[in-house]
Design a protein around this ligand. Sequence first.
Ligand SMILES: [Zn+2]
Length: 198
Amino acid sequence: MSNNKVPQYDNDQVEKLASHIKAIIELLGEDPNREGLIKTPQRAAKALIDNTSGYATDGGQLIKQALFTHSGDQMVIVKDIEFYSLCEHHILPFFGTISIGYIPDGEIVGLSKLARVVESQARRLQVQERLTGDICDIVNNNIKNKGVIVVCEAAHMCMKMRGIEKQETTTVTIEYCGGFKDIAMQQQFFNLIKLKKQ
Ligand SMILES: [Zn+2]
């Protein structure tokens, strides 16, 4: 997901993280002073800060900045929003796509805000179940609606690289409320998110 702003780092935070990462490199039996690793602690520190930058963003505020009145009440879907997150159990990436649907009740949100809500919740230490549920709650609590549904499909590096090494496994999680408790509404949502990419 694009983030056009050049990140501003807190140097104190970078250096503290870097000192711990250097210690980890040593504990793994590597030489942190060899050429390829000499700047790794700082680079890895900045990567960790980037990948957890969602803590600084309030998803509800993102939505409130871009609400518009709307008289229609047909389903709105933003599908296949790419995300990258860190599993809180192993601090290894999990990544995939999220599709969000909601039924407006007097207002709609600028569509890019939904992608930014996904990013704000993904860039943290997470589990996929909570990521899915939190996005559903944020949309439900900040847009007047008659129903919200969120589906997340992801691959977990902690499953692919270690442990059971199930290379092709993906995990699907779903959360919904309001009108999406109705099976026919869910079916309509699933039919629409299956549509071919343009
Ligand atoms: Zn994990």
